[in-house]
Design a protein around this ligand. Structure first.
Ligand code: NI
Length: 405
């Protein structure tokens, strides 16, 4: 059998193999959906994952970053090592989907499809253990607490890649608005950094009828919020992407009282580390100057969240190539653009080469909506994709030789 025929055979094998148990894996996804767990509380979820992987022959390490799971499967003499990551946590949202398998944990919901990401990786894990053609080290990372941006960082601080060395790391997210099963790849910045500022404008409270005896923080806050977008339009290079959004403003309680202070919360997103530092300087400076011009004071608590997801060129090209060879060019969404949302997979990509890719979830409700649902039709193709990524990344030497027959 020549290499092209053999490769085609492997692709067919994967499709048929997964089709044999896909219903079970969809059931598993529904089970995870029914019992969603918040960040760092994924106790049941990680227990289910670890149990299945042990049963399939993986060497399973638990308790990394609390509920994190890392599973390893070594095969053959190959020396290369690949990691694939899925996130496990849910959101503090009341589900309103009326699905038969809707959340039974009130106020908690898998509204971002992490139940689906977990089911996809487990579906691939099962095939790879039972029938995968590879030679080398496969590592599966099940990460807690993505939604609060803390899980990846905690796994790394506990020595994730020192304990479990890899050559590259891959992850995926489902994406509403992109046709089911279409794949999106972005080389370079793919998702934005996220930082937060909490600004308290402190004036001097007083009677609403006597503003001359007070320092009004409401007027100072209003002026600051209007001036804030000048940071985006006048300070930052216009070729760069920046979003500054004031999501919260609170001050006062009565129409006839000038409050003592006003609190403003804002989120800041960009793709560039240099711009991120510039914003960290400029926004507090503007807040202080604006407050001062009204005789008030601004106390600024600027909190760095996490960096942009920056996909590595070579690994992205490789990942796209595997999608093309598995499904054909027509399944690649080349219109897929970088997103202004954020992902703590950024921390992994700051340590290891790799890429974060996207799979269409069709015309579903938006991520983080109480109406959102992950589309089960993605599980099989996305799992096939992970299998092929591993088989090609860890292709065994015999297979390479056969290519040259
Ligand atoms: Ni998510």
């Amino acid at each position: 059998m020549n290499a092209i025929t053999k490769n085609a055979q492997f692709i067919d094998d994967v499709e048929q193999g997964i089709a044999g148990y896909i219903d079970e894996m969809i059931e598993l996804r529904h089970d995870l959906h029914r019992y969603p767990e918040l960040a760092f509380k994924e106790v049941r979820t990680s227990g289910v994952i670890a149990g299945l992987l042990s049963g399939w022959g993986y060497e399973v390490a638990t308790g990394i970053a609390g509920t994190g799971v890392v599973a390893t499967l070594k095969r053959g003499e190959g020396t290369r090592r690949i990691a694939i990551r899925a996130d496990m946590d849910a959101l503090p949202i009341n589900e309103t989907t009326n699905l038969s398998y809707a959340s039974r944990n009130p106020g908690v919901m898998h509204a971002c499809g992490h139940d689906g990401h977990t089911a996809i990786l487990l579906t691939a894990a099962r095939y790879l253990a039972e029938s995968g053609h590879f030679s080398g080290t496969l590592r599966l990372i099940f990460q807690p607490a993505e939604e609060i941006g803390a899980g990846a960082r905690k796994m790394l601080s506990e020595g994730l890649f020192e304990r479990f060395p890899v050559d590259a790391v891959y992850g995926l997210h489902n994406w509403p608005g992109v046709a089911v099963g279409q794949f999106g790849f972005v080389a370079g910045p793919a998702m934005a950094s996220v930082d937060q500022a909490i600004i308290r404008i402190v004036g001097k409270g007083g009677h609403g009828a006597e503003p001359h005896n007070a320092v009004d923080p409401v007027v100072a806050a209003a002026s600051f919020i209007v001036a804030l977008q000048s940071v985006v339009s006048r300070n930052v290079d216009p070729r760069e992407m920046v979003v500054v959004t004031v999501g919260s403003i609170h001050g006062g309680s009565a129409s006839n009282v000038i409050p003592e202070n006003v609190e403003i919360k804002l989120t800041v997103r960009t793709y560039s580390e240099a711009i991120r530092q510039q914003l960290k300087e400029r926004i507090p400076a503007l807040a202080r100057a604006q407050a001062e011009s009204f005789g008030a004071r601004a106390d600024v608590d600027y909190r760095l969240g996490f960096p942009a997801v920056v996909n590595h060129e070579e690994e992205t090209a490789f990942a796209r190539g595997v999608a093309v060879s598995t499904f054909g060019e027509s399944r690649i969404d080349d219109e897929f653009k970088p997103r202004t949302a954020s992902e703590d997979f950024a921390f992994f990509l700051a340590k290891q080469p790799g890429t974060y890719l996207f799979v269409g979830n069709g015309e579903s409700a938006a991520l983080h909506s109480p109406h959102y649902n992950f589309d089960d039709a993605i599980i099989a193709p996305a799992a096939r994709y992970w299998v092929r990524l591993v088989e090609v990344f860890l292709r065994n030497d015999n297979w390479i030789e056969e290519r040259h027959e």
